[in-house]
Write a protein that binds this ligand. Structure first.
Ligand code: ATP
Ligand code: MG
Length: 264
């Protein structure tokens, strides 16, 4: 069997605290992301989701374990150029301005992405804008001239343009209206899979994650406490923590079923 696209093996990340001590934000976590799959990572604020995502991108040093992307060990990036093999990981953040340059037109930023990805010739700037449901005549506009939801879709188009094999969304829908969240999440899943990439989708919202993820990992206080197919985790949660997360979902997903109640 081939190695998974991303393999996180027993990884810990520790932050040094100003006073001296340290905080273990990620504690011996193991998680794989297979080719062409969507994995959701859920858990409450502060449980270590972003820290893990940053370690996967080489933005945070690990203090134990190993992270392999396509068989290559991921290490914290220094000032040196990003190694070629890590260019195939793209991240979309909660704040679209973290992925977009406010001073350049959206067309030129998507074009940059396409230039970074010369092997992939089937996309065009207009085609990508169409994929994220924006008219192609917006290319000359700047990021601030869009709504939050549009801006996030542009950030997704920009990430897809550069031909990722792994797309990571760190709370990419958290800044959007509830009515838009499922739509943007579904779009992200579709585009990632169409582009031949896998998606690691981070959110505290299990209701949305369950719609788009094949598998869900539940994180609590730096540890993955439960991991299974979305259906298993939603319908038969094993851990008390997961049950609490499910019980905390206020309005259900519009299907009229409660967590634990099998949709028929
Ligand atoms: N640079 C840092 N230095 C010290 N501690 C940090 C740093 N960044 C994060 N932490 C701490 O590490 C823990 C995990 O933070 P992290 O940002 O990974 O959580 P998260 O699950 O992404 O939360 P949220 O859902 O709010 O984004 C938290 O206790 C946080 O306070
Ligand atoms: Mg976070």
């Amino acid at each position: 069997m081939n190695a998974p696209l991303l393999s996180i093996d027993n990884v810990s990340v520790r932050y040094k605290l100003p006073g001296g001590g340290s905080l273990t934000a990620v504690n011996e976590v193991s998680l794989d992301v297979a080719d062409s799959s969507v994995v959701g990572l859920v858990g409450e604020s502060g449980c270590g989701k972003s820290t893990l995502a940053r370690a996967v991108c080489g933005l945070e040093a690990t203090s134990g374990g190993s992270i392999k992307f396509k068989g290559h060990e991921v290490r914290k990036l220094g000032m040196r150029r990003r190694p070629e093999e890590l260019m195939r990981i793209q991240m979309v953040f909660q704040n679209p301005y973290a992925s977009l340059n406010p001073r350049r037109t959206v067309g030129s930023q998507i074009a940059d992405g396409l230039r970074a990805n010369p092997q992939q010739t089937s996309w065009s700037v207009a085609g990508l804008l169409e994929e994220v449901e924006l008219p192609s005549d917006v290319q000359q506009r700047f990021p601030h001239q869009f709504s939050g939801g549009q801006r996030q879709r542009i950030a997704i188009a920009r990430a897809i343009a550069s031909g990722p094999e792994l797309l990571i969304g760190d709370e990419p829908i958290a800044s959007l209206d509830a009515s838009l969240q499922a739509r943007v999440a579904t779009l992200m899943r579709r585009l990632a899979l169409e582009a031949g990439a896998s998606l690691l989708f981070i959110s505290h919202d299990l209701a949305v994650v369950r719609i788009i993820a094949d598998e869900v990992a539940v994180m609590n206080k730096g540890v993955i406490v439960e991991h299974g197919t979305s259906q298993q985790v939603w319908e038969q949660p094993q851990e008390a923590y997961t049950k609490r997360l499910l019980a905390a979902i206020p309005a259900v997903d519009g299907l009229g079923t409660l967590p634990g109640e099998a949709a028929s």
